[in-house]
Design a protein around this ligand. Structure first.
Ligand code: CU
Length: 315
C-alpha cells in the first residue's frame, strides 16, 4: 500500500504542476495518468489520444524516460546524432511510426527554416542526414521516434549554426498561404486544452487538387510548434488513405490539441506530383491570446472564453 500511495501522490504532483497549463480539472483524478503510462507501450495511439492532456508537450526535453538526444560531430553538410538509451549506449532498434523509424524536424528559434527529414541509421546507432540546418541561427532539432520496447518520444536539442543572423518576425496569423504555386487554406482554429478539427484545402491555379499522394501514411503531415518555447505538438490526421472515406484532396483534416493559448506555427507537409512541399501558417489559439492588445480594453475576451460556445466568435 505504501507503494501505491506514493505512486498516487507522484501522479497528483505531476498533474498539479502541469495543471497550470493543461487545465486543473484533471487534478481530482490522478488515476488516468498512471494508467496511460502503463498502456502507452502496448497501444501508443490510444495513449496519445487519451492521455495527451496530462503530459508535457513533446520536444521540450533533451532527455526523457532514460533516453537522451545527443548530436555528434559530423562532416560539413551533414547532421548526425544518436539516441542514448537507459543503459547509456546508443539505441539501435526502433519501431516504425508514420512510415519511418526516425523523424527529424528542425526549426530556428524564431520558427523559420522548418524542415522535416528522415535520417539513415548506421549499425552503431548513429543517425545521419544531409544537414537540414539552412544557414546561421539558433536551431531546435527534434527527434520523433519510438525505441523498440519503449514509448513514443520527441526529444529536442539546441544547435547553433554560427554566422550572421537576421531574426525574422513571426508572420501574422492568416488562413491562406502559398507554396510553389499551391494555395493552402486553413479552416478551423485550435482551442486550448481540447481537440480541434483543422482542415487544410489545397488548390493550384484556382483548381482543387484531388490527387494528393500519400506521404508518411497520410495525405498530409502536420507539425505545430508553439511560439516562445517551441513545444512540439503531434497532430493526427483524421483518416488515412485507403480507409474508404478519406479522399486524396483537396481537403486534409487533422485533429489538433494545443496545450495553451498563444501563437503556434503550423507546418503542413503534402505530396503532389512526386514532390513534398511545406505550407506554413501562424495561428492563435484562445480568444484572449497574448498580443491581442489592439482592441478596446474590457471583459469581452474573458466572457467569450467562459461561455465557450463554438460558432459564436466575434471575429
Ligand atoms: Cu518524418
Amino acid at each position: 500500500m505504501r507503494t501505491v500511495t506514493k505512486l498516487a501522490g507522484f501522479a497528483v504532483g505531476l498533474t498539479a504542476v502541469f495543471g497550470a497549463t493543461y487545465g486543473v480539472g484533471r487534478v481530482v483524478d490522478p488515476a488516468p495518468v498512471a494508467e496511460s503510462r502503463h498502456d502507452t507501450a502496448a497501444t501508443p495511439t490510444a495513449a496519445e489520444h487519451g492521455g495527451a492532456a496530462d503530459q508535457l508537450p513533446g520536444g521540450l526535453l533533451v532527455s526523457e524516460n532514460g533516453y537522451t538526444l545527443e548530436p555528434v560531430d559530423a562532416p560539413a553538410g551533414e547532421f548526425a546524432f544518436r539516441i542514448a538509451g537507459p543503459d547509456g549506449r546508443p539505441v539501435t532498434r526502433y519501431e516504425v511510426a508514420h512510415d519511418k523509424q526516425m523523424h527529424l524536424i528542425v526549426a530556428r528559434r524564431d520558427l523559420s527554416g522548418f524542415r522535416h527529414v528522415h535520417p539513415e541509421l548506421a549499425p552503431d546507432g548513429t543517425w545521419r542526414v544531409d544537414t537540414p540546418l539552412a544557414g546561421p541561427g539558433q536551431w531546435r532539432a527534434f527527434a520523433d521516434f519510438t525505441p523498440t520496447g519503449g514509448e513514443p518520444l520527441t526529444l529536442g536539442v539546441d544547435v547553433t549554426v554560427p554566422g550572421e543572423l537576421t531574426e525574422r518576425p513571426l508572420p501574422a496569423p492568416a488562413t491562406s498561404t502559398t507554396v510553389d504555386g499551391y494555395t493552402v487554406t486553413l479552416t478551423g482554429a485550435p482551442q486550448p486544452g481540447r481537440t480541434s478539427s483543422l482542415t487544410l484545402s489545397i488548390s493550384r491555379d484556382g483548381q482543387p487538387v484531388t490527387d494528393l499522394e500519400p506521404y508518411l501514411g497520410a495525405y498530409g503531415h502536420l507539425v505545430a510548434l508553439r511560439r516562445g518555447d517551441l513545444a512540439y505538438l503531434h497532430v493526427h490526421p483524421d483518416g488515412t488513405p485507403g480507409d474508404g472515406r478519406t479522399q486524396p484532396g483537396p481537403a486534409v483534416t487533422f485533429l489538433a490539441e494545443v496545450p495553451s493559448a498563444g501563437s503556434y506555427r503550423l507546418y503542413l507537409d503534402f505530396k503532389h506530383g512526386g514532390q513534398v512541399r511545406t505550407a506554413e501558417f501562424t495561428v492563435v489559439a484562445g480568444a484572449a491570446a497574448a498580443g491581442d492588445v489592439s482592441g478596446p480594453s474590457g471583459p469581452a475576451p474573458t466572457a467569450t472564453a467562459d461561455h465557450g460556445t463554438p460558432g459564436h466568435g466575434h471575429n
